[in-house]
Design a protein around this ligand. Structure first.
Ligand code: PEP
Ligand code: MN
Length: 259
């Protein structure tokens, strides 16, 4: 591990060799009640990291774009009440300062993996960053994108595999599970997997998450919603609270076998 921040350094809590980072939460912050309900469930299952988007990069400009600053305020309030750490996406340099003020870990989404100015700006603020792999990018391009952050002196970078575009249409993307061992071979950075965006279907999330843990991922980031059918974004891929509880149990069982 080459990061300096407490989050990266505290191996017992985070992504050390034996420990697994479990990040969970809804795709988007929709209301205080929605976020509090899912976050308290995650916390009760031992989860420390809450993910939720306030600025949503949607394919259509007419889809729900996120609650913006109001969403960040809700995120901070919920995390403070439950003593959790938060992950949220920054979509532009315009909102970087604001996002950085409200969260513990900044997420750069797949669509911004090669937004080099944003990467450099995130490199300048010394906060942990999750850098998602672009859906059309090679591992080499992904590692070079990470270098943009590292080269500015911010070493607290976590890579996140989230599936890539292939000719396959049965799933939203194709999880490139081989990127986990390849990245571990080529880089010292921790690598986590987001099975939700990889498959786009709640039926397959558990299988992909378990495969990722078995492949040696340092963590999992999964979308969980208290009432997924009514979610304002990514309704098909968010798992419910009982499914998340079952997933956590199975992840623990796999970890016990492989470590
Ligand atoms: C997300 O995690 O909310 C997200 C938009 O993911 P991605 O950038 O991988 O599509
Ligand atoms: Mn999503």
């Amino acid at each position: 591990m080459i990061g300096n921040s407490e989050i990266i350094k505290s191996k017992n809590k985070f992504v050390g060799k034996k420990d697994l980072m479990l990040i969970a939460g809804p795709c988007a912050i929709e209301s205080f009640d929605q976020l509090y309900e899912v976050a308290s469930h995650i916390k009760n299952l031992g989860g420390e990291y809450l993910r939720a988007g306030a600025f949503k990069p949607r394919t259509s400009p007419y889809s729900f774009q996120g609650l913006g600053k109001e969403g960040l305020e809700i995120l901070k309030k919920v995390a403070t009440l439950l003593d959790m750490k938060t992950v949220t996406e920054v979509t532009s340099e315009k909102n970087l300062e604001l996002v950085a003020e409200y969260c513990d870990i900044i997420q750069i989404g797949a669509r911004n993996m090669q937004n080099f100015e944003l990467l450099k700006s995130v490199g300048e603020i010394k906060m942990p960053v999750i850098l998602k792999r672009g859906m059309g990018n090679t591992i080499k391009e992904w590692l070079l994108a990470a270098e943009y952050i590292l080269s500015q002196g911010n070493y607290d970078v976590i890579l996140c595999e989230r599936g890539i575009k292939t000719f396959e249409t049965a799933t939203r993307n194709t999880l490139d599970i081989s990127s986990v061992p390849v990245v571990k071979d080529l880089s010292l950075l921790p690598v986590i997997v987001d099975p939700s965006h990889a498959c786009g279907n709640k039926k397959y999330v558990e299988a992909l998450a378990l495969a990722s843990v078995a492949a040696g991922a340092n963590g999992i980031m999964v979308e969980v919603h208290p009432n997924a059918g009514k979610a304002k974004s990514d309704a098909q891929q968010q798992i419910g609270l009982p499914e998340y509880a079952r997933l956590v149990e199975k992840i623990k069982a796999i970890r016990n076998i492989i470590t």
